[in-house]
Ligand binder design. Structure first.
Ligand code: AHM
Ligand code: MG
Length: 343
């Protein structure tokens, strides 16, 4: 007789997991479920290309013809096109917006209009690709705000993070992972390249109570306000809690956020002061800060612009930038406290 040992770990594919979660909402139509499938499929296609990124030089420079006379697309353009093409015709979306595009991305006239709004950063940290460093895709899903079933508008895109119905990211690292939330906790799936499936590997992620890391580009310290420098010293050990964090900064937001989500810690990209500084930091509210703030919140953490929760900020433009402090709640609150004291 064959050996039927009892395996304690179930193998759960992302498809099965998303469907199981949907069963808790009998009124759900399956549209959001299918939208998440489409994003998982886009992720597999993009992962397939990112793992071959180092071969571009051999097969032909990006943007030029490769040895076979084919046009080689830049990876960030490929990611952009892939997500767009997976979602333009499905009837699930009213409108899209991408970090790579100035304006809203309408659904083409010949396709049905849906109820959801998709924001995405197709390949965040793409300047890292040449050095074989992890990059990521970030996505955020809102319900449309405008009445009727006509094309979605800018108003549908400019919604605060509190109104999100789902958000997540894909990290193309030593493994490819998709991490998302639909408001019932944060769940992580690892792509098994042998079978081409995302398998549940990190159910119900919670940011650990004891933080390990702080992450910021300390090369910019000369441009930081005194409160931010003081905050950095506090994280390094000038506190009465015996806490001294280690520094880790990749420069790929998804990778930095992912590590701190699993290990505990804080990432910050503050406002810069003085001439030549970035007065609102670098990161985009709609494509980077808000979706990750939603995930942090769902995992028991917090995100702030230094004065207020990121999730409460009403966006006024698509490409709006915002200072970002994100991760373990007490660490983010300390940044707020020091900035308030300085104001
Ligand atoms: P991008 O959207 O142009 O890729 O830039 C965003 C990236 C983030 O992934 C990362 O956190 C940040 O830029 C790093 O910026 P810096 O090099 O200034 O530290
Ligand atoms: Mg980006």
């Amino acid at each position: 007789m064959s050996d039927r040992r009892t395996f304690t770990n179930k193998i759960t594919t992302i498809e099965r997991y998303i469907l199981d979660q949907q069963r808790d909402f009998p009124e759900a139509t399956g549209m959001l479920t299918n939208l998440l499938y489409d994003l998982a499929l886009s992720a597999k296609m993009i992962a397939n290309s990112t793992t071959r990124a180092g071969l571009a030089d051999i097969l032909g420079e990006t943007g030029e013809e490769n040895a076979y006379g084919e046009q080689v697309q830049k990876l960030d353009e490929y990611a952009e096109r892939t997500i767009y093409r997976m979602n333009d015709h499905t009837g699930r979306l009213a409108v899209m917006a991408s970090e790579e595009e100035e304006d809203i991305i309408p659904i083409p006239p010949n396709y049905p209009i849906g109820r959801y709004v998709l924001h995405y950063d197709p390949l965040d940290g793409s300047s890292n690709i040449d050095y074989n460093v992890s990059v990521g895709t970030i996505f955020a899903i809102h319900r449309r705000k405008t009445e009727g079933d006509g094309p979605g508008t800018l108003e549908d895109c400019l919604q605060p993070g509190r109104e999100l119905v789902a958000a997540g990211y894909i990290i193309y690292g030593s493994s490819t992972m998709m991490v998302y939330s639909t408001g019932q906790g944060v769940h992580g799936f690892t792509l098994d390249p042998r079978i081409g499936e995302f398998l549940l590997s990190h159910p119900d992620i919670r940011i650990p109570k004891k933080p390990k890391y702080y992450s910021a580009n300390q090369g910019y310290e000369p441009r930081w306000a005194p409160a931010i420098r003081k905050y950095t010293r506090w994280l390094q050990g000038e506190n009465d809690q015996g806490m001294a964090l280690s520094l880790r900064y990749i420069g790929s937001l998804v990778a930095d956020f992912h590590r701190n989500l699993l290990a505990g810690g804080v990432f910050y990209y503050p406002a810069e002061v003085g001439s030549g500084g970035k007065p609102q930091g670098k990161l985009r509210l709609l494509y980077e800060a808000a979706p990750l703030a939603y995930l942090a919140d769902q995992a028991g953490g917090y995100a702030s612009d230094g004065a207020q929760p990121i999730l409460d900020i009403q966006p006024t433009s698509l490409q709006q930038r915002v200072p970002l402090f994100i991760g373990s709640r007490p660490l983010v609150e300390k940044a707020e406290e020091l900035l308030r004291a300085e104001a």
